[in-house]
Design a protein around this ligand. Structure first.
Ligand SMILES: [Zn+2]
Length: 280
């Protein structure tokens, strides 16, 4: 037997383990949204790459930040998270965090919200080509919850798939709105949260759309409960951010229920959510 071909052509003479590129808007999004899947993929021998569109420079600056730039701290946090998940390479597209809709930063010339989508997609496609990526994972059409940077990640990733020299398989990370609705109802019924703490998942978010995707429009339900400790640890790497810190305050059992599954849309796939592993 010789060596496998250095460059994969799609004609598999040897079984290859796909390279998966995850695209995220800010450092910490990988932890909350896809770190279970990333950890499992890396444990299975996949090459896992994480692309960040922005440096998260409009996140929350901790009191002890001193003279340092927040983006530097968040880069270190992302590197620590990558060590937890087994992510082998981080890529920074270098855009500025746009903040939420209506914030002044939306209009900054280097804000991701102002980015030229084809140009950003070309930059991402170069990463896909360098990696000879088999799969790329972006966000659903409204970025899950309408954050301008998340919407842009959707647009850029979708476009980059068209530009890549070898078209990768394309998935979109999302949340299961129906599951969230029933988890809140169960938690209220069990007295774990007060009735007024039940979040109306059908209410409009930042961009006027409700969170995530109805279950009928999802394609993959990935059970990451076996990797829940890694998911917690990845989030803990981003403890400077209140969202991550808030999630970590959940009791472990509740955390496992809330975050033990990660959901994906795979455009073009037949309807129906499959409970399973998309990357065999
Ligand atoms: Zn984000």
């Amino acid at each position: 037997m010789g060596r496998p071909p250095a460059s994969r052509t799609g004609v598999a003479q040897w079984a290859t383990v796909p390279t998966i590129v995850f695209v995220h808007a800010h450092p910490d999004d990988e932890a909350s949204q896809t770190s279970g899947t990333m950890t499992r993929a890396a444990a299975d021998g996949h090459r896992v790459v994480c692309v960040y569109a922005t440096g998260g420079d409009h996140g929350t600056a901790p009191d002890d930040l001193g003279e340092r730039a927040l983006a530097d701290l968040r880069r270190e946090e992302a590197e620590a998270s990558a060590r937890v998940t087994g992510t082998q390479r981080l890529v920074w597209l270098g855009y500025a965090d746009s903040g939420m809709h209506g914030w002044e930063q939306n209009h900054a010339p280097d804000a991701l919200w102002q980015a030229d989508v084809p140009a950003a997609a070309r930059a991402l496609a170069r990463v896909l080509d360098t990696e000879d990526a088999d799969v790329v994972v972006g966000y659903d059409w409204h970025g899950g919850y309408g954050h301008p940077d998340h919407i842009m990640v959707h647009r850029i990733t979708r476009h980059a798939v068209e530009l890549a020299a070898r078209r990768p398989r394309y998935l979109e990370s999302s949340m299961n709105r129906d599951r969230m609705r029933s988890l809140y109802a169960m938690a209220a019924e069990a007295g774990m949260i007060a009735p007024d703490e039940v979040w109306d998942v059908d209410a409009p978010m930042d961009d006027g759309n409700p969170i995530g995707t109805p279950e009928a429009d999802l394609h993959w339900d990935v059970d990451v409960s076996g990797f829940i400790d890694a998911k917690r640890a990845a989030l803990a790497c981003h403890a400077s951010q209140p969202d991550a810190a808030g999630m970590l305050q959940m009791p472990p059992e509740a955390f496992a229920v809330a975050f033990g599954h990660e959901f994906f849309v795979e455009p073009g796939r037949p309807e129906g959510m499959v409970v399973g592993w998309p990357f065999n």
